[in-house]
Design a protein around this ligand. Structure first.
Ligand code: ADP
Ligand code: MG
Length: 313
């Protein structure tokens, strides 16, 4: 079964169990109303040695930060502020106490920056590699929650930063070049956590998610759940190093992808620039289509991309 096949199976299998107010699978976080107009949002992500990281290519400190970053990114993608986390570690005998302490120091440094409390977890041994599982919890106003299913026809599609650096950095790492600037981005991704909360408070922001698998794949999640299509202007994609293929198909950028009411898009862009001092990038529009399909456009004309590792969703 593919990853998405398995998730669909889980969703179907558990269709007969009352969710008691929790939102169903499919968004960056599940959401639970807690009264007073507030919600909790919750997510979990796992990092497995030799699948998600190579112990020799990253420091324990960086890995501590990254394992929390990827979870806080999912909370921010809901438009909500992260407040707490749980951390579970499975450590093999060759992972030293030094390694574990350094990992925790990294995890703590990011938690402190964002005011995220560590409120539980589990510690166990492992026979094969380090496993890290983090649960992140956010708390905020119900009306600030941004769901993947909320895109509307006529919305402008934005990405929150330049894309593709992490994928290019991974290429360097796999070539054994661990010290390049791009490898550094891959090891130390910076999620848009304050930005997510700020966008959550803006009514004109409709759908939002974070980019973990690449624009081509992740935008399709919004399109499927919102029952619409999209046109993306390839020349507008802010690709690091001009490498559009890495920007579109590469993973682990942890930048925000969101759609904004067409009439409010330029003002939002100006307000974001004023508040954060950096740009967000309009890359296309939401269209009426039942196909959940992306039309890739170049200079106003539809093109058929030949990117490697790209499949038509
Ligand atoms: P993200 O990249 O934002 O972390 P994923 O693509 O990993 O999201 O997951 C998509 C959705 O499927 C999410 O809502 C996630 O909570 C859910 N999901 C993934 N794996 C499982 C699982 N094993 N059991 C239940 N839900 C899952
Ligand atoms: Mg996500």
């Amino acid at each position: 079964m593919t990853e998405f096949g398995l998730i669909e199976y889980v969703a179907r299998l558990f269709g007969d169990v009352d969710r008691q107010g929790w939102e169903s699978i499919g968004d960056d976080c599940t959401v639970l109303p807690i009264g007073g107009g507030e919600v909790l949002v919750m997510t979990t992500d796992m990092l497995q040695e030799d699948v998600h990281f190579l112990r020799g290519a990253t420091s324990a400190y960086e890995l501590g930060r990254k394992s929390l970053t990827v979870n806080l990114s999912d909370v921010a993608a809901m438009g909500i502020k992260p407040v707490a986390a749980l951390l579970s570690l499975a450590l093999p005998s060759d992972a030293t106490d030094e390694w574990a302490k350094e990992f925790l120091d990294g995890f703590h440094s990011l938690a402190k920056e964002h005011g995220v409390a560590l409120v539980g977890g589990d510690t166990t041994s492992s026979k094969a590699g380090i496993s890290i599982n983090v649960v992140a919890i956010g708390r905020g106003r119900a009306e600030c929650v941004k769901r993947r299913a909320a895109a509307q026809v006529g919305d402008v599609i934005f990405v929150g930063d330049k894309l593709g650096a992490s994928a290019l950095g991974l290429k360097d790492i796999l070539r054994g070049e661990y010290a390049t600037a791009l490898a550094e981005v891959h090891r130390n991704p910076v999620a848009q956590i304050a930005e997510g909360e700020w966008l959550g408070a803006r009514e004109e922001v409709h759908a939002m998610m974070d980019l973990s698998d690449g624009l081509a794949s992740d935008l399709c999640h919004i399109l499927k759940l919102s029952h619409c299509g999209a046109e993306v202007d390839v020349e507008s994609i802010p690709a690091v190093g001009g490498d559009v293929e890495s920007a579109v198909c590469g993973g682990e950028d942890y930048k925000l992808l969101f759609t904004v009411a067409g009439s409010a898009a330029e003002q939002l862009q100006r307000d974001f620039r004023e508040h954060f001092g950096v740009e967000i990038y309009a890359v296309g529009r939401i269209t009426a289509s039942s196909e959940a399909e992306i039309c890739w456009m170049e200079n106003g004309r539809k093109i058929t991309p030949q990117w490697r590792g790209f499949s038509h969703f």
